[in-house]
Design a protein around this ligand. Structure first.
Ligand code: 13P
Length: 372
């Protein structure tokens, strides 16, 4: 054997995944989170983002009002039929539901997994192209993750964004963000939290669907390679990507079948079958589009070894927020609207969504440079 080969041999790790005492629990949690007919509610808007939600309904952004907003969805009767997990914001983890339990205790009693957004938000990526961003929050991460596990959380979410400009994203953004996501994922698994890895190729821009496909394939392949390099337990991990769509400012439209074909093809080229599930973000699509596209994704004629479901914020909460209007008298209408969306998306996860049962119209929820 040549020296070069023997050096390489000795460098191969003895195992190719991390070890954690939580491995069996991680596998079970990830599987249950993506059970048939179920998906996730992303109720993790930051305090600043709540202003963006509340301003249009004239509601002041105070701590009690944010508690009411969370309770509007989380205390809707029967939502656990469609929702297996809820991504919470740090503030909500330590707030109380109406019955006096903390929100994580209350959700757990309903058989719903409480989750937590563990990233600390977006900042300029100085070495990238202008406008590109990275995500902060890795310093002291394991301690924070352990604190959330103790508070009852069983999964977490971290979002990195990629902005298509001139048909591409910079290689520094692709690599730096992939490393960040992978490091977040293994540290979360060490602390017992199923990591939702969210590389979001933003809908912002004038690019066509082929460009979104090419960039998403490159980004997801780098993320998968980084997860593998860091030794993530694929069976206890979830991916939360964008769907592959034309840019919001391109003036171009794609059919649900085209979106499904592009999206599943891109996943198939980049993600191993050992990954448990893919929980899409709604990313500025209208509520109806988010359901229609998910349904098409679950019907497309391409091998799909992973569970394909929803993890929507705007796609599940927008009409509920409007119907509620921040008033106690609006709670029943708000909850009806939320349960309707949850049911539509549950049907879509099963590939049984019927457009005729859904709302007639649905507005685009696109916000330029959306942040949480
Ligand atoms: P949207 O469904 O509004 O894109 O939000 C998903 C998300 O990433 C929040 O966690």
């Amino acid at each position: 054997m040549s020296d070069r080969v023997s050096v390489l041999r000795t460098q191969l790790p003895a195992y190719n995944t991390i070890t954690t005492k939580y491995e069996a629990e991680l596998r079970q949690t990830a599987k249950r989170m993506t059970a048939p007919g179920k998906g996730l509610l992303a109720a993790d808007e930051s305090i600043g983002s709540c202003s963006k939600r509340f301003d249009p309904i004239g509601l002041e952004n105070t701590e009690p009002n944010r508690q009411k907003y969370r309770a509007l969805m989380l205390e809707a009767e029967g939502f656990e039929k469609y929702i297996s997990g809820v991504i919470l914001h740090d503030e909500t983890v330590f707030q109380k539901a109406t019955n006096g339990q903390t929100f994580p205790e209350y959700l757990t009693s309903k058989g719903v997994y409480p989750g937590i957004k563990t990233d600390l938000g977006l900042h300029d990526l100085e070495e990238g192209a202008p406008g590109e961003q990275m995500t902060e929050g890795l310093d002291g991460y394991i301690k924070r993750a352990q604190k959330y596990y103790k508070a009852g959380c069983r999964f977490c979410k971290w979002r990195n964004v990629y902005k298509i400009q001139n048909g591409t994203v910079s290689e520094s953004a692709v690599r730096f963000n992939a490393e960040t996501l992978a490091r977040y994922a293994i540290l979360s698994q060490k602390a017992g939290l199923v990591p939702i890895v969210e590389p979001e190729v933003m809908i912002d821009g004038t690019h066509d669907i082929d460009t979104c496909q090419r960039v998403s394939q490159h980004v997801w392949a780098e993320v998968a390679a980084a997860l593998q390099r860091h030794g993530v337990i694929w069976e206890g991990c979830l991916l939360k990507p964008n769907m592959v769509v034309p840019g919001a400012e391109s003036g171009k439209k794609a059919t649900a079948e085209e979106v499904a074909r592009y999206t599943v093809t891109t996943l198939a080229r980049t993600m191993p079958p050992a990954l448990v599930g893919v929980t899409f973000l709604s990313g500025g699509l209208s509520e109806v589009q988010a359901s229609e596209y998910l349904n098409a994704i679950n019907n497309v004629d391409i091998p799909r070894p992973w569970k394909l479901t929803f993890s929507y914020a705007r796609g599940l909460q927008s009409s509920a927020l409007k119907a509620w209007g921040g008033k106690d008298s609006g709670i029943p209408a708000g909850r009806r609207a939320f349960l309707h969306r949850a049911k539509m998306n549950s049907n879509a996860q099963l590939g049984k969504y019927n457009r005729a049962e859904d709302d007639k119209e649905s507005q685009s929820l696109y916000v330029k440079g959306n942040s949480y």
